[in-house]
Write a protein that binds this ligand. Structure first.
Ligand SMILES: Nc1nc2c(ncn2[C@@H]2O[C@H](COP(=O)(O)OP(=O)(O)OP(=O)(O)O)[C@@H](O)[C@H]2O)c(=O)[nH]1
Length: 405
């Protein structure tokens, strides 16, 4: 049986080495926490062979030094999770708890030699750390709906529970034993359970980092770098999704396309950087006007689209009008001299109309607004059939090509 315990400890050590290799691959993710998790597994790889060497190596090494590294491993694991979520690391508390635990371990070794009491002391520390990890993850917004977060929180709470049961069992001396490597159901179960602790918490952390990296990559792909509006690519995906939703019983779906008037003149007179600031300022204003369910996307250059789910013709026009008035007002006060926008509004005609066709109608209305003198809103319905400004037909056509419709 002693061989089985030693084997379990060495398998745990091997798992920590595997975790080190996995974490090494994440070193360039620049995610806070990865280094701490790496340190946690490195500390465990040092501690576990020392535990396994009990009876062979001097007691000081297999008890005090081994526990020193194992307590450090727990502390680094918590620090990793705290840093990962930009939460402060309770360094003083960890140091105080770790030092007190280590003092108790030494006391229950040199003064009153009691293995159960040493186990009680370390279980209290490891249990508290796991509980703190579980609470840290569970408090992250939306953690309940995201699998990696649920996984890490459940693992941490289960491990905390296991440590506290272990503490209780040894505190009550429910099971008599003479040594760490004694054969016994409790010993074996706790050791087998403990084997999973660090790997489980590391895997939870790695899954969270992976999820965050995917979210970051999506954000980069879907957002316009300058204005943080949705990108053109994301716009067509969102538009298709909203059209499908509209087909399922929410038929009111409208689109505003707007464009900054004489923007070339802004660039030419005030410089490209000032032009950039104008674009950012306008999107900022639009975001403060539209509803949380609406989507503002940059189609290219100084042309933007706003998709309005559950908005009929009148509501869409009212929102476009508010945007136009707000930009004009800001142009007088907020460092965007002479800046106005023209907008075209179109409301989805139902099943036969594709999003590209809707965009074409909104675009035609926009160019109608430009032709009528700019700084105004025109609805697609106001345009006579066949009126689309031929000079601008190339823009929607480009969308047709890009999206295969
Ligand atoms: N600063 C800045 N300028 C841009 C950006 N993208 C496109 N532009 C400029 O936007 C201007 C668009 O000019 P035009 O297409 O002639 O349009 P306009 O001057 O706004 O005229 P109308 O739309 O007819 O009112 C060009 O000068 C482009 O260089 C950008 O990201 N930043």
């Amino acid at each position: 049986m002693a061989v089985l315990y030693t084997l379990l400890l060495l398998v745990t050590c091997a798992l920590s080495v595997v975790m080190l290799l996995v974490l090494f691959a994440l070193r360039r993710s620049r995610t806070p926490g990865v280094r701490c998790w790496f340190a946690a597994n490195a500390a465990a790889t040092l501690a576990l062979p020392l535990f396994a060497a009990r009876g062979v190596a001097p007691d000081f090494l297999s008890i005090e030094v081994a526990n020193f590294f194992m307590l450090g491993a727990s502390g680094f694991m918590l620090a990793g999770y705290r840093r990962c979520f930009s939460r402060p690391v309770p360094l003083r508390m960890l140091l105080a708890g770790g030092t007190a635990t280590l003092a108790l371990v030494a006391g229950f070794h040199y003064i009153l030699d009691s293995l159960p009491m040493r186990i009680v002391a370390v279980s209290a520390f490891h249990g508290a750390v796991c509980l703190a990890i579980g609470l840290t993850v569970a408090r992250v917004p939306h953690s309940r709906t995201r699998y990696p977060f649920r996984f890490a929180a459940c693992a941490a709470f289960a491990l905390a529970f296991g440590h506290f049961v272990r503490l209780g069992v040894y505190a009550l001396q429910a099971h008599g034993h003479d040594g760490f490597l004694d054969p016994g159901l409790w010993n074996l179960s706790f050791l087998a359970f403990g084997t999973l602790a660090l790997p489980l918490l590391t895997i939870g952390g790695v899954m969270i980092v992976y999820e965050e990296l995917v979210a970051r990559a999506n954000e980069l792909a879907n957002r316009d770098f300058l204005t943080n509006a949705w990108s053109r690519r994301a716009f067509f995906e969102i538009a298709e999704r909203e059209r499908n939703r509209a087909l399922r019983g929410h038929p009111a779906l409208s689109l505003i396309v707007f464009d900054v008037d004489h923007f070339k003149a802004v660039n030419d007179s005030q410089g490209h950087e000032a032009g950039d600031r104008v674009l950012v300022g306008i999107v900022h204003q639009v975001q403060s006007i539209i509803r949380s369910v609406d989507y503002c996307a940059r189609l290219g250059g100084e042309e933007f689209a706003i998709l309005l789910p559950d908005a009929d013709r009148g509501q869409a026009r009212a929102i476009a009008e508010r945007i136009r008035a707000s930009v004009m007002e800001a142009s007088a006060t907020a460092g965007m001299p002479g800046c106005t926008v023209s907008a075209g509004v179109a409301t989805w005609l139902g099943k036969p109309e594709t999003m590209v066709e809707l965009l074409r109608r909104a675009d035609d209305a926009l160019y109608g607004a430009k032709e009528q003198g700019r700084n105004r809103v025109v609805s697609a319905e106001e345009m006579a059939p066949g009126e689309p400004a031929a000079a601008h037909a190339a823009v929607p056509q480009a969308a047709v090509c890009a999206h295969g419709r």
